[in-house]
Design a protein around this ligand. Sequence first.
Ligand code: SF4
Length: 345
Amino acid sequence: MLNFSDDVVNWQLKHGRHDLPWQVNRTPYGVWVSEIMLQQTQVGTAIKYFSQFMTAFPDVMSLARSTEDEVLSLWSGLGYYSRARNLLKSARLLVEAHGGVVPSDYDILISLPGIGRSTAGAILALAYEKKYPILDGNVKRVLARVFRVDGPTNVSSTMRKLWALAEELMPNKHIDAYTQGLMDLGATVCVRRNPSCVSCPLQERCRAKIEDVVGTYPVANLKKEIAKKSIYMVVFLQGEMVLMIKNLGGGLWPGLLGFVDSEVFSADILDRYADEFKLQVESTVHLDNFRHRLTHIDYVVHPIRVNVTRRCSKEERSGLKWINLNDQSQLPISVPVRKIFKLLR
Ligand code: SF4
């Protein structure tokens, strides 16, 4: 009789995904980059970014030699920029200490910034065919349904049960097809809403399906408080030239280019900025507000266009740059800043 992993492997070989860009000419480096991109990004979006990234940085060495600005530019729009910074840090660590090779050792992999247990497991299983479990969001949903795992998945006791299942169910052979199969099932069949149980290879063993309670699994996560905040983004514009500032510190979007931002805005604040940047304010226009949701904060972004003339032709501070409105596509900028560029045009 076939067991759980046989069902997953057989289904993957016949119906799973085999032509994703990181599966074609698969390399440990490509698997690593793709797994980092997929941590918070849907496959459809990651595909485009992955190809551009691999063209610019085809291996660990070329990534390690790049600058943070170059890496962030290619990540621009994907969000969760710490992933890009961690990839770069890890590449440099790998060149310094591991000959520029993506490690096949779990302890080394997990010690790299941005790699947790599930990502390490995916890299080892897919790139090196080593028997390690994964437990990303899709896999949690499949296991929670098939085995009716009670409890929200953002609670450690539930996660312990799910990790125990993930370990126990692994096959001794075909770990790569099994791992890919679990991911494919969660992404294409056992989706969050309206899973396609009729085409699922696990339907005969899925407790949630058999007991007709699919809709209640996985149990909803305990809600975290979402803070609401306003953020004013002040865009100084002279003709088609926009003043951009590199965020050299922490806070929101470190390392990226952005506009002056502040939680409050007033004429005094504007005068202070204008003075600091040696600008003469001509007029001020409040553009349409929009919302931007981060993990724990719901921002209302208030863009303000300030038409100016420059009192000094040279930037007097490092990190300042005047950029043509039409030259922003390759810049390392956040999603709200990209939206504001659209509003300005
Ligand atoms: S039978 Fe339905 S609920 Fe169960 S694993 Fe398959 S798709 Fe998901």
